[in-house]
Design a binder for this molecule. Sequence first.
Ligand code: KG4
Ligand code: ZN
Length: 352
Amino acid sequence: MRVLGIETTCDETAAAVVRLRPEGGGEILADEVMSQIAAHAPFGGVVPEIAARAHVEIVDALVARALRRANLRARDLDGVAAAAGPGLIGGVVVGLMTGKGIALATGKPLIAVNHLEAHALVARLTRPLPFPYLLLLASGGHTQILAVKGVGDYDRLGTTVDDAIGEAFDKTAKLLGLSYPGGPAVEAAAKDGDPTRFALPRPMLGRPNADFSLSGLKTATRIAAQAIAPLKAHDVADLCASFQAAVVDVIEDRMRVGLRLFRQRVGVAHGVVVAGGVAANGAIREALARFCAQAGLPLVAPPISLCTDNGAMIAWAGIERLRRGLVDDLSVAARPRWPLDPKVERAPHGKA
Ligand code: KG4
Ligand code: ZN
């Protein structure tokens, strides 16, 4: 089984081909990603119109390149998967229409993939991991703790009531004059900083639900920075280190509660998976490793290239669905919001 995956929900245009191994798991035959970071950097964040236009300009060439790398023609595919949401709708439409066109021309099945489901399942591409497992999904747009019970079967145990974790990194970087995207810049600056210099809040710590709140932490960081302005390099380093230490504490606490809820509602977890761009953060990975060691569970952290937005995760989610006969009609619509767990209301901030 070989499936093409197309990703255009945010600021990455990506196309990949993944093959299902007979013994399970996936083999990535091609994985093309074109980041738009340079186009958005002057604005300090993703500009939806710029993103949609950039996707339109490049997606066909990326698909062609992925097929070439995989040494396949479109008609050799077994299915065409495209992210159909949630995300910036202009971009989502571009990728989904491209997928529909290829599916129509080749007569191959279309799989309209939920971008969040792709993040949730990609760990199973890299290694055998049975359901159910606990997932921390943390990116620029999403922050959720989920019980992954099966394909299309999720319980959302916690979410953010305001900013996503990656968004908090990005906004903190911006207010400290660091480059975009902020996560890597804050992490780099934090390396030389004193994490104890500023006593920043740990929002939600100790709460019995597994929700996050990040905007107060970001504001507290701003107030601490303003109090000692003008900032020298070591001040910025200390602020970043203090901010990151607060985020780490919050994640550890929220995951502890998430695992408790998982055990109450679902049962025994087979592991803990981390996905989304924030999973690139070394301090956060270390904290999760500590948490997993205490909980006696394996930590499955896919390679960073599969944690940030990519086409292979869309292709893999397509394979997981196609194997189960879950294919879509060509009339399927792009969705700006698409919660993984329909049992819960839309997140307070409208984030999936
Ligand atoms: O998953 P992703 O590539 O795109 C989506 O948002 O869907 O995640 C990007 C986010 C950005 O907010 C970025 O600042 C954050 O992930 N990020 C990090 C790190 N690398 C990327 N956050 C903290 N530490 C990092 N090293
Ligand atoms: Zn994503």
